[in-house]
Each structure stands twice: as structure tokens, then as C-alpha cells.
Design a protein around this ligand. Structure first.
Ligand SMILES: [Cu+2]
Length: 127
């Protein structure tokens, strides 16, 4: 009995841990946006990064915001988590995000460029 439970647990976590780091390329209003993590996203704290490029050149003078959310489900309220981008030396923006549970998290990402225009995109990440 104990062995079976152990085997099932191994199988379950083996599958659960199979996920890779996030790497999502996106084209938004002529900007090339990349949303990525350096490690596999987990329940708890994660660092997401965004890089923005225009005509191949990195865009540093932007303000980036992200909102991750999960719709209400039976026995589970609506959940969301917001983060603001922190400029990094390499021109990327770091977004610290805390996921309270596994599953699919949808995101809305906004960035405001130097010309005061707000650009939006959306997608999802599964952990
Ligand atoms: Cu949920």
C-alpha cells in the first residue's frame, strides 16, 4: 500500500515538475515583447521578465505592469496578482509575481512608452 502511494506521488510530481521556464514572444503595436522566466514557474514567488524592442533596439524608457488572474471556480474565489516592472541593467523589466495556486493564470500586460501611449496584450501561463 505504501509503495503504491509513493509511486503515485512520484508520478504526480514527475508530471507536475515537467513544465519549462516561460518564454512567450509577442508583437504589440510594432513592439517585440518577450515575457519570460529564468526558472520553471511555481506556486509562490516567481520573477517574470519583460523585454521590449522596437526595430531590433531595446526599449528601456517604458513602464510595464502585469496582472495575473484566475476566474472564480467552484469552491474557489476569483484571484489576482499585480506587479510593476522594475528596470534591470540589461534593459529588461523584472516583475515579481506570487502565485497562490497551480493551474492556468491568465495575464493582462500593459506597457506605457515614452510617447505616453499605453499598449496592451494578454495571454496565459500554466503551472
Ligand atoms: Cu484557481
Amino acid at each position: 500500500m505504501k509503495k503504491t502511494v509513493l509511486m503515485l506521488l512520484t508520478l504526480f510530481f514527475g508530471i507536475a515538475l515537467h513544465a519549462d521556464p516561460v518564454y512567450i514572444g509577442d508583437k504589440v503595436d510594432g513592439y517585440d515583447l518577450t515575457l519570460y522566466t529564468e526558472t520553471t514557474p511555481v506556486v509562490g514567488n516567481n520573477d517574470f521578465f519583460v523585454t521590449l524592442k522596437k526595430d531590433g533596439k531595446i526599449v528601456k524608457d517604458a513602464k510595464v505592469k502585469i496582472k495575473f488572474f484566475m476566474p472564480e471556480m467552484p469552491g474557489m474565489p476569483y484571484m489576482e496578482y499585480k506587479a510593476k516592472g522594475i528596470s534591470q541593467d540589461d534593459g529588461s523589466f523584472k516583475l515579481p509575481v506570487n502565485f497562490s495556486m497551480g493551474g492556468t493564470w491568465q495575464y493582462h500586460l500593459k506597457f506605457k512608452t515614452g510617447d505616453d501611449t499605453v499598449h496592451k496584450t494578454r495571454g496565459s501561463v500554466t503551472l
